[in-house]
Ligand binder design. Structure first.
Ligand code: HEC
Ligand code: HEC
Ligand code: HEC
Ligand code: HEC
Ligand code: HEC
Ligand code: HEC
Ligand code: HEC
Length: 351
């Protein structure tokens, strides 16, 4: 996992935004920045006031190379109503730092390390340094599947603490959670109202927002069968996009294929009805459409892995993978095509 937080005094190159052209959204200068946050999709800027940090009200959209306003409105994130509508009264300790550091201490407002360090996933390491044996450290691979993925969900989910406020403060992260615990004891995933499009969910319950890989994944058949996040990702780093263990379809073909139980049956071409080399044949094309909004028009991939039929687009307005890619086509066109697919049941995908 890349470093989200950088100190521009040590790493001036970390600032990727354009500060040279005046922009009415940008009311601060490079010198005011204590930390940059993010580099892949968006970059936000922290400033220090007293013993807290605050986020400036403009963010850089990395893909579109443009400034966008940054302000969390009421009716979006659950906590907005509990804070004044002023960025300089919304400290990052309760709202951000628990997920972007190791051991954020809510009393002293200090961390042992910024970014996602070893102890955030492996638990306290001092005993392990003294006695370097397996029993003195948490290895997620030896936890049950729920506890193992909870290590990831503590950060990769949209939810709310079950106890709030805590000493009068509204935290947006699971204070007190340690690897090996059951996250659901202290954290509730954001509610989804079937049939309704909300800030966090599409009407069928698929994630509408970024940082919801966990909300999506717990709904999937793979999660049910005990496949874990790290079956596909190696968070210690790989040369591939999104720290995948194997690049492209290979990550799926570790377990999938016509000769093995989870399928799919037939050749890739029979299953996808696109040429094997087509972008329309990539597993992620139909099972992980980019429909979770992160900034501007930039979306990350959904993690329920189910195929969202174009019928759901017509009935409920959930985006389907076919016309998300074939942007010049209407859902009816995709439904007609799917009716003729030989290895897929029209009862399931074509209404
Ligand atoms: C984002 C979570 C996360 C972070 C951060 C993380 N790990 Fe891990 N680590 C895991 C998971 C999950 C496993 C089990 C699955 C695997 O081996 O990938 C694991 C396994 C391991 C293993 C056992 C590997 C094996 O072959 O049995 C070692 C050793 C390890 N991590 C060391 C580290 C060190 C050292 C750091 C910090 C530099 C670190 N990890 C940071 C999640 C994490
Ligand atoms: C402490 C919070 C935290 C924990 C715990 C955590 N992550 Fe992350 N993860 C992040 C952040 C923050 C980023 C964004 C990194 C960036 O923008 O460069 C990220 C990015 C990622 C990415 C994308 C990397 C890329 O290059 O695009 C993957 C994949 C990922 N995490 C998987 C996992 C898995 C699997 C686990 C559990 C084993 C896990 N994470 C645990 C905070 C966390
Ligand atoms: C519950 C944990 C959690 C909280 C709270 C949280 N983040 Fe994150 N953040 C993540 C994870 C996980 C990712 C990476 C995955 C993703 O974006 O889907 C991320 C990604 C980001 C990115 C994008 C990184 C990139 O490279 O594009 C930025 C910027 C960011 N967070 C800033 C913030 C700010 C500012 C706050 C507080 C207002 C905050 N985060 C609160 C977990 C959290
Ligand atoms: C079955 C395989 C698989 C599982 C399980 C899985 N992911 Fe992913 N994940 C992927 C693939 C494939 C991508 C897309 C990579 C790309 O865009 O090329 C991805 C992308 C991501 C990203 C980067 C955001 C983006 O869309 O680029 C994050 C963060 C992430 N996964 C986190 C998680 C977390 C957390 C879990 C568990 C809750 C998880 N993943 C489970 C396969 C998986
Ligand atoms: C570690 C093994 C493993 C990996 C890697 C894996 N899968 Fe799976 N997959 C499974 C298992 C097990 C099932 C459940 C089969 C069952 O229900 O009997 C499954 C089921 C599915 C299903 C059907 C159920 C549903 O949720 O709709 C789809 C679609 C799917 N996987 C897609 C993918 C994609 C896409 C990838 C790569 C990004 C992938 N899988 C990677 C093991 C894996
Ligand atoms: C062009 C779209 C498309 C692509 C690309 C695609 N699938 Fe599918 N997949 C579907 C549809 C449609 C279904 C049927 C969904 C249903 O019936 O609910 C399906 C079902 C599945 C299932 C469950 C049923 C079965 O046939 O076993 C698995 C597993 C699966 N796909 C895996 C994969 C893997 C692995 C890849 C990449 C090699 C892939 N898919 C690529 C559209 C696609
Ligand atoms: C990620 C992009 C992508 C996705 C998702 C995708 N396709 Fe395609 N599709 C393509 C491309 C590219 C072509 C052009 C020919 C080729 O490369 O196979 C194509 C060609 C086609 C064609 C034949 C040419 C035409 O335009 O009439 C049909 C029909 C089709 N796709 C239907 C579908 C349906 C139905 C789905 C959803 C189940 C789907 N596609 C999902 C990229 C995609």
């Amino acid at each position: 996992m890349a470093k989200v937080i950088q100190d521009p005094a040590k790493h001036p190159e970390a600032i990727v935004a354009d500060f040279s052209t005046p922009n009415p959204l940008v009311t601060f200068s490079k010198e005011d920045i204590a930390f940059t946050y993010g580099s892949k999709w968006k970059q936000r800027y922290f400033t220090k006031r007293g013993d807290d940090y605050y986020v400036f009200p403009a963010q850089w959209d990395v893909r579109a190379k443009t400034w966008r306003r940054y302000f969390v409105e009421n009716g979006t994130d659950w906590w907005a109503v509990h804070y004044p509508p002023d960025q300089m009264q919304r400290p990052t300790g309760p709202l951000c730092d628990g997920c972007h550091s190791v051991n954020y201490d809510i009393k002293t407002k200090t961390v042992t390390e910024w970014n996602v360090g070893c102890e955030k996933c492996h638990g306290p390491g001092s005993l392990h340094v003294e006695f370097p044996v397996a029993s003195t450290i948490v290895n997620p691979a030896r936890l049950d599947a729920v506890r193992a993925d909870d290590v990831c969900l503590q950060c990769h989910s949209q939810g709310q603490p079950r106890t709030k406020p805590l000493d009068g403060v509204y935290y947006d992260w699971p204070v007190g959670f340690k690897p090996g615990d059951r996250l659901s004891d202290v954290w509730a995933l954001e509610e989804h109202h079937l049939g309704k499009e909300t800030f966090t969910h599409w009407p069928d319950g698929t994630a509408h927002k970024n940082r919801m890989q966990g909300n999506d994944y717990v709904q999937s058949q793979m999660s049910l069968k005990g496949v874990r996040c790290y079956a596909c990702h190696d968070v210690h780093g790989t040369p591939f996009e999104a720290d995948l263990r194997v690049s492209g379809d290979g990550v799926c073909l570790q377990c999938h294929g016509p000769q093995v139980q989870p399928g799919p049956r037939g050749t890739i071409e029979q299953h996808t009805q696109h040429k094997a080399t087509s972008t329309g044949s990539r597993c992620v094309a139909c099972h992980m459409p980019p429909i979770a909004r992160t900034v501007g028009n930039v979306n990350v991939r959904s993690h329920t892995f189910k195929f969202i039929s174009p019928v759901m687009t017509k009935r409920l307005g959930v985006p389907n993978p076919c016309t998300t890619c074939h942007t010049d086509r209407m859902p009816d066109w995709a439904i007609d095509a799917l009716k003729r697919w030989p290895t897929t049941s029209p009862w399931r995908v074509a209404g």
